[in-house]
Design a protein around this ligand. Structure first.
Ligand code: BGC
Length: 370
């Protein structure tokens, strides 16, 4: 079967023929429909970070999958042929309490694998096999959007994390003042940033998005059509706004850039929480004013917290939100997947994200099936 993979030491992905996966007892065989390309894939390629599965010299990439069950095996009755599914990414160590209770995203030992990222092949292949406990069933009417379930699941977990911390500064049912709509800042407008914006609107925040796009640019126009204020980082708008009106109660970091992230801490308000979702790879050193940062965090009860991956429950929530978002923002939802490429056309989308791209997917529907 066809697979898009990265070999150890290689600086480019390739489309290669690899053996079809075996559908073991208890597993189901899935035919890929669409698999999304993410910043993590491009970072792994650029930095040549390939955590290959044991006994292999390559890793099949892809962790944002959507597929259809084409074969079942004895020992499972949760899924049937024809079901649409999205796979979760992480496979737990099976030993710690988090993994044993299905919260693999909180694995304590660190001995997990991640499909398409860390020591297990991913979903950029015509077929893949999996156990039903790692698969979330998708309603048929969501087929065109469900490839967004993975990035949205990450966003769902991140927002749950932030809101759980913010609960400790909620008094008598509200934050700063009864009935006040609190302000949230989303930094970045890739898939996580845009889906995070919709999610925080749903949670009734007044949302601002921070980025570097000029007025009239694609992502900025899309965001502004939601009635959300776009803050242009190049003209220092966030600093002006924060000086005038105070910092944000919630910041969702979706840039993956460490230098920007520490800058964002300056925009956090009293009792505010900032949740980080980006995973920059490789080292990067720069200077920050550590004293001011630390003093602000302590003096104003701020929380800066990381959130990675997501468990099956967050994927189910993500699918529910996709249905809600489509109903509320049909225009927006039809534009988040900005391009679909056939597997043979893989080189261009993996090389670089185009300026106007939000989510680019590889469409396996036309891939050879024999
Ligand atoms: C994925 C997560 C994964 C993380 C770290 C992200 O791109 O969405 O599922 O846990 O990378 O590998």
């Amino acid at each position: 079967m066809q697979a898009i993979l990265l070999r150890s030491g290689a600086k480019q992905v390739e489309l290669a023929d690899v053996p079809d996966p075996a559908c073991r007892n208890g597993q189901v065989l899935i035919q890929a429909l669409e698999t999304g390309i993410c910043g993590t894939d491009r970072e792994m390629i650029q930095r040549r970070i390939v955590d290959v599965p044991p006994g292999q010299d390559y890793l099949v990439l892809g962790h944002e999958g959507l597929g259809r069950v084409v074969e079942t095996s004895a020992g499972q009755d949760a899924l049937k042929v024809g079901d649409l599914v999205v796979p979760i990414v992480r496979r737990g160590c099976g030993r710690c309490n988090a993994c044993k209770t299905g919260h693999v995203d909180y694995c304590y030992t660190g001995r997990y694998t991640e499909r398409g990222i860390h020591k297990q092949d991913g979903f950029f292949s015509t077929y893949y096999a999996d156990w039903p406990r790692y698969l979330v069933k998708v309603p048929p009417e969501l087929e065109d959007l469900a490839v967004l379930a993975e990035p949205l699941s990450v966003t769902v977990k991140a927002s749950q994390t932030a809101l759980s911390l913010l609960r400790r500064v909620k008094f008598g049912g509200s934050y700063s003042q009864p009935g006040k709509r609190e302000r949230a800042l989303v930094a970045g407008h890739g898939a996580i940033g845009i889906l995070g914006t919709l999610l925080l609107l749903e949670k009734d925040f007044e949302v601002f998005v921070l980025g570097r796009r000029k007025s009239g640019d694609f992502q900025r126009s899309l965001i502004e059509q939601l009635g959300v204020t776009y803050l242009d980082a190049t003209t220092d708008q966030p600093t002006d706004l924060v000086a005038r009106e105070g910092g944000f109660l919630l910041i969702l970091e979706a840039t993956g850039l460490s230098e920007i992230t520490f800058q964002l801490a300056n925009y956090l308000g009293r009792n505010g929480t900032m949740v980080l979702t980006g995973v920059p790879r490789g080292p990067k050193t720069f200077q920050i004013d550590g004293n001011t940062l630390m003093a602000n965090i302590v003096r104003t009860n701020q929380a800066i917290v990381g959130s990675v991956n997501a468990c099956a429950g967050c994927f189910s929530k993500a699918l529910e939100y996709l249905a809600v978002f489509r109903q509320k923002y049909p225009q927006m939802m039809s534009k988040i997947i900005t391009a679909r490429y056939e597997p043979e056309q893989f080189e261009k989308p993996f090389a670089q994200k185009a300026r106007d791209d939000i989510k680019v997917v590889i469409d396996f529907r036309t891939a050879p099936k024999e």
